[in-house]
Design a protein. Structure first.
Length: 262
């Protein structure tokens, strides 16, 4: 069994293979008037060089008003959201009146250096056309769906940190067949919050677990104001915490399967 009490140092580590189902970086800001109009902004013109497929969708804002005669539900147009998609990989950039996001689909994300390059490209255009807008929240989410074709469905010895496996199997005894075991850890470090959702979600639920699949869903975020010029550094800080939590959540057996890139 892998001892995870003293995880090995791996600064900037990345792997040949990952189990990432989705990666999302999102930066929120106060609503921009320039993004409430239907016409495209120069930002979209810039992004077409790397993200040529663009889809525009109107954004609707709902309001709820409680009056003496009852509750009134209203809605009004709040701008446009544009999704810019790359052709060669499952990667996209979304620009909405209140946020900009970079998203990777299955097998699209390789390592943080590539994401950092995309951040530079996207934020460079964003600042050029909208100014030094401060961000009210920066969030980076890594959704790992670790699926193995061999071995027993609940055998994660040497692959996942034993403390996480113990939590997943808590309360099990002879005769019980696990159908789902999902858990959440919420913690804070240096102004960064981390939410780790982990466990056996079981795609065949409510049937008993038959597939060997473990979820490590990491959501790290800063919910305090971040000035525009500090965004890249704070994204690196958030990613570092996400990497640390991920490395502490797995064992050397899984690292061997993923094959570390030097």
């Amino acid at each position: 069994m892998c001892n995870n009490s003293l995880p090995r140092e791996r600064p900037g580590v990345h792997y040949k293979k990952t189990y990432l189902k989705q990666v999302i970086l999102r930066l929120d800001f106060s609503r921009l008037a320039a993004l409430q109009a239907e016409q495209e902004t120069p930002f979209t013109a810039d992004l077409r060089t790397q993200y040529p497929e663009v889809t525009a969708t109107p954004v609707t804002q709902f309001s709820l008003m409680v009056a003496p005669v009852g509750v009134n539900l209203g809605q009004q147009g709040a701008g446009w959201m544009r999704v810019h998609k790359a052709q060669d990989v499952a990667r996209s950039v979304t620009l909405a009146p209140e946020f900009v996001a970079i998203e990777y689909g299955v097998e699209a994300y390789k390592h943080f250096d590539e994401l950092r390059d995309q951040v530079g490209f996207v934020l460079g255009s964003f600042r050029k056309h909208f100014g030094a807008v401060p961000f009210t929240r920066i969030g980076l989410r890594y959704i790992n769906e670790i699926t193995l074709t061999e071995g027993a469905p609940l055998d994660w010895d040497g692959l996942i940190n034993p403390s996480l496996v113990t939590a997943v199997k808590a309360g099990m005894h002879d005769g019980l067949r696990l159908a789902r075991s999902a858990h959440q850890m919420v913690a804070i470090k240096d102004g960064i919050s981390v939410v780790l959702n982990y466990g056996v979600n079981n795609p065949d639920f409510p049937n008993p677990v038959a597939r060997r699949q473990f979820i490590l869903d990491l959501d790290c975020y800063i919910s305090s104001l971040v000035e525009s010029g500090e965004a890249e550094q704070r994204i690196r800080d958030v990613n570092k915490l996400a990497e640390d939590v991920f490395e502490n959540s797995i064992g050397d057996g899984l690292r061997d399967k993923m094959e570390r890139v030097q």
